[in-house]
Ligand binder design. Sequence first.
Ligand SMILES: [Zn+2]
Length: 75
Amino acid sequence: MPIYEYRCNDCQHKFETLVRNSSEPVSCKQCNSLSLQKLISAHAVTSGAPDTACGTAPCSPLPACGTGGCCPGMN
Ligand SMILES: [Zn+2]
C-alpha cells in the first residue's frame, strides 16, 4: 500500500498517511481540513534499482553514466 505525504493548506501541518483506497478522502490529522497539498513521497522516489552502472561500478574510476559500461576492456 502506498504511503502519501500531505501538507494541510489551512494549518500547514505535514503528515504521512497510508492510502488504502484512492477514492477515500484524506483529511488533516490536526484540523480535519480537506484542503490538502499532496507531496511527493520520499519512499517512492528511492524505490527501484538504478538502470545504469553509475555508482555501482567497482572496477573503474571513470564515470560510467552514458558510456554503456564500466570496464574499458568490456566495451
Ligand atoms: Zn490542518
